[in-house]
Write a protein that binds this ligand. Structure first.
Ligand code: HEC
Length: 487
């Protein structure tokens, strides 16, 4: 059998432009392969083959998204799927555009880094250069089984689903908020969770907040325990809500003024006036809204988040989950709903994980500015163990860095994302947990590109301020820790 040699003329960018009709583009790419004949005959005997060398790599690094029902635009499972796009696969792998991962590999190590090892890059390059030979089917690894429902082997303990929502073909939508009652009668620790949307391509992000409801808020003990008890109206207050307020693991309070950092004192009222309505709306949800942190998030690429056996997220009895949905129209009206699956920890109480944000709303990115820097800081009020980091910017986001400044003055870069990509809101899970002493300052710095050179920029002539929509900007450095008060 003769295989066509692959020409590099099958451009990867065609896919970006026409990702929805990827099937057609894949055909066009296949048709553009020049049948130059003896590529196989000339390939060295040791040339990698699809079944023996490439299929295992695709299974491990690509199939999660590139399979039927995955987040990727086409399957990369069978030889027939891959043969026609081999040149493009070679290109995205060589450039490390796929699998998507945006951290600078020289800084920190991350448990969820999906990158191909160097040796695998060479294998893919050699395979493409050899004309993408199929090889012997008997060398193929057994097909990888993908759960059709949730990603974990055991069924979830609780699944909550938002009502179906029709995303219109065009326009921008305000965030949608949906409240879902957990119906829990006991406090639980979440040991794993998965957030999944029907038609994930219309869901830019989903953030899940926890709300203990009005009853719980009334019951939360104040500094003066007795006064609170006397003053609290029992209406809506359940025993569970009351104990949640008492048993809830320690977490820092939220000071709205931190969102004003970077402003000179006399400017604060102006910034406040400009954004307060928007911030207040956000603050209503969960524990001070998405600027301050979240309970769970639906991440690009999907899959479940699983915590270490001794870590979990505290979910109070009787609480509701509030799902913040940021929909993005894709040119045709599309119905979507989002489900949250939770697996609860059994037995010993794990250490409680808490996701918080370092953020500021004080910035104005000038028109055309190609490298506008904005920073924000957060001083840890108690010692903490760091699990993960998650930068959040919008379309002008260019790069993102987290630096820890320890109480002894030493500084350490924890994460550097040199080419931030709005489409990939990765959570970077540290390979080894990092102990941050009390008083450590987390500083996040983002650079924004508001120039016409930024292909994602919707309007280089605009001065860009903080805002919820993607044509506005944000600077949030989420970090997930277990707090260690008193250590
Ligand atoms: C986390 C999900 C995910 C993983 C893992 C992943 N991809 Fe993708 N891939 C996507 C998505 C989504 C797109 C379309 C949007 C884009 O290009 O960013 C894409 C696009 C592509 C394209 C089209 C070219 C392009 O730039 O748009 C190729 C080729 C590709 N992926 C190959 C691979 C290969 C090879 C692997 C494994 C080595 C891989 N992908 C792993 C999600 C993924």
């Amino acid at each position: 059998m003769r295989l066509p040699a692959i020409t590099p003329s099958c451009s990867a960018t065609a896919f970006v432009l026409d990702r929805l009709r990827h099937g057609l583009v894949a055909l066009a790419c296949a048709a553009s392969l020049a049948n130059s004949g003896d590529a196989l005959a000339q390939a060295p005997a040791a040339a990698p083959t699809f079944h023996r060398d490439i299929a295992p790599l695709l299974q491990r690094h690509c199939e999660k998204c590139h399979r039927d029902g995955g987040a990727g635009p086409f399957a990369l499972v069978e030889y027939a799927d891959v043969a026609g796009v081999a040149a493009m696969v070679g290109e995205v792998v060589a450039q490390r555009r796929m699998p998507p991962w945006h951290a600078d590999r020289s800084i920190g190590r991350f448990a969820n880094d999906p990158s191909l090892p160097e040796a695998a890059l060479a294998t893919v390059a050699a395979w493409v250069a050899a004309g993408a030979p199929e090889g012997d089917r008997r060398d193929a690894p057994p097909p990888r089984a993908w759960a059709s429902g949730w990603s974990l082997a055991t069924p979830p303990d609780l699944v909550l689903t938002t009502p179906s929502f029709t995303v219109p073909a065009e326009g921008t939508l305000p965030y949608q908020y949906v409240r879902l009652a957990t119906g829990l009668t006991e406090h639980r620790y979440v040991r794993a969770a998965e957030v999944k949307s029907v038609h994930p391509e219309v869901v830019h992000h989903s953030l899940v907040f926890q709300s203990e409801g009005r009853g719980a808020r009334v019951a939360r003990p104040s500094a003066n325990e007795e006064g609170a008890a006397a003053g609290s109206s029992p209406a809506g207050e359940t025993e569970a809500a009351r104990t949640a307020a008492i048993e809830r693991p320690w977490r820092p309070g939220f000071n709205q003024l931190e969102l004003m950092q970077g402003a000179k004192p006399h400017e604060i009222p102006q910034w406040n006036a400009r954004f307060m309505a928007m911030i207040r709306r956000d603050l209503r949800y969960g524990e001070s809204g998405g600027l301050n942190g979240y309970f769970l998030s639906g991440l690009a690429g999907g899959g479940a988040v699983e915590f270490e056996p001794d870590e979990g997220k505290f979910l109070a009895a009787g609480s509701d989950l509030i799902v913040q949905l940021h929909y993005q129209p894709i040119g045709k009206a599309t119905e979507s709903s989002t489900s949250i699956a939770l697996w609860f920890a059994e037995g010993a109480r794990p250490r409680a994980l808490d996701t918080r944000g370092v953020a500021t709303v004080v910035f104005a990115i000038p028109p055309g500015a190609s490298d506008h820097a904005v920073s924000a800081e957060y001083r840890l009020p108690v010692a903490a163990t760091l699990r993960s980091l998650q930068p959040h910017l919008h379309l002008r986001g260019r790069s993102f860095t987290y630096v820890a400044r320890y109480p002894d003055g030493r500084e350490e870069t924890l994460l550097h994302v040199p080419a931030y990509d709005f489409n990939w809101q990765h959570e970077y899970v540290l390979a080894e947990r990092k102990e941050l002493p009390e008083g450590t300052v987390l500083r996040v710095t983002a650079h924004f590109d508001n120039s016409a050179e930024n292909p994602a920029n919707p309007d280089p002539s605009a001065t860009v301020y903080f805002g919820l929509q993607t044509h506005e900007e944000m600077l949030i450095g989420y970090f997930e820790v277990t707090w260690r008060p008193g250590e």
